[in-house]
Ligand binder design. Structure first.
Ligand SMILES: [Zn+2]
Length: 82
């Protein structure tokens, strides 16, 4: 019998001050990367999906962003990131 499945990993990349799209406050946002890995017999083999999101620490709103946006935020150019 072969046991396979997926496992999600959540990694916090940075804390950034952004103006929240929901509450409008210039609050700290956690930039997170979520990687889903394919597992065989509970051993993670390879990642097959990666997504990025920011979460407002003020109201808790989470927003999905693209990898490009995440890269731009990490390089410190948050003013042009949307
Ligand atoms: Zn907010």
């Amino acid at each position: 019998m072969i046991i396979f499945g997926t496992k999600g990993y959540l990694q916090q990349l940075a804390m950034l001050t952004l103006v929240c799209g929901r509450c409008g406050n210039p609050a700290a946002h956690a930039l997170r990367k979520k990687t889903t890995k394919f597992t065989l017999f509970f051993v993670p083999l390879f990642p097959f999906s990666t997504s990025y999101a920011t979460q407002c620490t003020f109201c808790g709103a989470e927003e999905r962003i693209t990898r490009e946006q995440a890269d731009r935020m990490l390089s410190g150019d948050a003013s042009r990131a949307r």
